[in-house]
Design a protein around this ligand. Sequence first.
Ligand SMILES: [Zn+2]
Length: 217
Amino acid sequence: MSKLVILGTAHGSNVAGKCSPDKRFREYQYSREICNMLHAELTARGIKCTVDITADGEPSLAYRTNIVNKIVEANGGPSNCIYVSIHVNAAGSDGKWHNAGGWCAFTTVGTTKADALAECLYESARVCLAPYADIMEREKKHGTYSPAQRPFRIDKTDGDCDLEANFWVLRKTTCPAVLTENLFQDNTRDVAFLTSDEGKAAIVKLHADGITKYLAP
Ligand SMILES: [Zn+2]
């Protein structure tokens, strides 16, 4: 049985917050759009994939991971599936624009099978988001990004790049799971990049290339 990639959409239209300060960018919507594009790209590459929740709502996180784990059981079990949850970060929940930016991926705490997948995603992010890294460097002098911002947020203390957090969708999913935070929905320049055709293509390609590399025999 060939491996199955399960794409995880972020939140739901019923979840409060999770949008840009001007409310034009909605994380649930963007994530669903990227998941659909990525589903098409992976399918075109001959990789078997599915999206966990395509409807606009999300009854609960437990409902979501229950769906994911049922898909895993129906597709050869945890060693035959991977889960990639696609989110957009936020620096604050105060309804204001901020000057944080950057891309990162999370796995659960400790060394797990998800670490190798996260490393593949970081590698492809560095390539696919190179134009974004240039934008960030240029925009720092205008204050769009604070001097401390990095295009790729990493934590090397445990030997790999990924950040670690026991997010529900990572902790409760039975197969290796990574959650990507694709730039910031409360940074004006990040939102401009994310919603551009070039930005969407870069976000899709970084996931497709990272997943392809991880699945390569
Ligand atoms: Zn999120």
